[in-house]
Design a protein around this ligand. Structure first.
Ligand code: NDP
Length: 345
């Protein structure tokens, strides 16, 4: 093997990205320097945050440079080692990028525990997205038995973790997902008490009326993944002292600067602030990379539940690195059924 394949950012998108914004390249295989290892990537993760990395706007993380390898988490096998921390044959997780192989300092990689299920679990249910759902719900949602929780993108790795943990804590759980098939997955696989198809409602008002029926006691926790129509529908239904962990707002990611996208005819800034004020809401934004000190605690708590089948997970695995851009664009539109992964080798 003398070359590796990688997908680079060919150009920055103007609004919704297309496959033209990516380019597949083949370059010479580097050798690991002192303290580094060479990893053959087996599976890579596709996550909504990668959309933000394509824009050159000020954010919590630096953008991917044009011509740079797309960033992302991956799992694979160490095939050459110049470090005594990791040996050839070790299975590891790291920020390996959209590539067939990656050179990384061994100390930046996490050796995977085979008792934690398939390698792909480290990208979804027991990886960053599952951890995000656990942290946002338990730390910021502060769930109490008997309360009602609403979460959209309910069948994705974040939403499905939130829904299942909330259900286990004794809450009524209401999912919102795109299409009847995903709604069936939400109730049948992830145990949501009800699920609404956001595509079936042409306005926030109509979605709100439907939500009111399935949340007869109002909403105590709205775990925010999407913004847009769902946020507008939910806000007036929040109960006093409700909690809103603000995790993501995917409906606005292609809006060309979140400020410009975050406008609405029905939920104006004054209406939003008034809801927060008069209902004493706790609205907490968070970025999970600031909380990785809690990751071991998450694994200790949740890995046994996954092993026992008490937390279900669904993965959607695309084949081949060259198909990563199409799978990524599809995921942003809701084309994924469960955690979106790419099988690289
Ligand atoms: P998913 O696998 O659930 O994929 C994204 C989903 O978003 C799509 O499948 C689609 O689901 C939904 N979606 C897309 N557009 C819209 C829209 N206009 N309205 C409603 N739903 C839409 O993603 P994840 O579980 O990985 O991530 C969920 C959220 O969590 C994202 O916003 C992500 O950015 C955020 N996140 C935040 C982190 C943090 O540190 N704060 C860390 C990790 C994730 P459907 O078809 O069901 O509508």
């Amino acid at each position: 093997m003398t070359t590796l394949k990688r997908i680079v950012l060919a150009s920055r998108p103007d609004g919704t990205p297309t496959e033209d914004n990516f380019r597949l390249e083949e370059v010479a295989m580097p050798a690991p320097a002192e303290g580094e290892v060479l990893v053959r990537v087996e599976y890579m993760s596709l996550d909504p945050y990668m959309r933000g990395r394509m824009d050159d706007t000020k954010s919590y993380a630096a953008p991917v440079p044009v011509g740079g390898t797309m960033e992302g988490g991956g799992v694979g096998e160490v095939i050459a080692s110049n470090s005594d921390i990791l040996a050839v044959g070790d299975k590891v997780f790291g920020m390996l990028g959209w590539a067939s192989h990656a050179i990384q300092p061994a100390k930046m990689l996490r050796k995977l525990d085979p008792s934690h299920g398939p390698l792909t679990a480290a990208l979804g249910v027991l990886g960053m997205p599952g951890f995000t759902g656990w942290y946002g719900l338990t730390e910021l949602g502060r769930p109490k038995a008997g309360e009602t929780l609403v979460v959209a993108a309910a069948t994705g790795p974040v939403g499905s973790m939130v829904g299942q943990l909330a259900k286990q804590a004794g809450l009524r759980t209401v999912g919102i997902a795109g299409g009847p098939e995903k709604c069936a997955m939400a109730t049948e696989t992830f145990g949501f008490d009800a699920c609404l198809d956001h595509r079936a409602y042409d306005s926030a008002r109509n979605l709100r009326a439907a939500l009111k029926e399935v949340c007869p006691d109002g909403i105590d926790i709205y775990y925010e993944n999407v913004g847009g129509k769902v946020l507008e529908a939910v806000m007036p239904l929040m109960n006093p002292h409700g909690r809103i962990p603000v995790c993501g707002m995917i409906s606005w990611y292609n809006a060309g600067g979140l400020g410009a996208g975050a406008t609405s005819e029905t939920l104006t800034a004054p209406a939003l602030w008034r809801n927060i004020l008069v209902k004493f809401l706790s609205v907490n934004g968070f970025i999970i990379s600031n909380h990785f000190d809690r990751y071991p605690e998450f694994l200790t708590n949740v890995a046994p539940l996954v092993a026992k089948g008490e937390i279900a997970f669904v993965e959607d695995i695309a084949e081949g690195l060259e198909n990563a851009p199409a799978a990524f664009l599809s995921m942003l539109r809701g084309g994924n059924k469960g955690k979106q992964i790419v099988k690289v080798s």
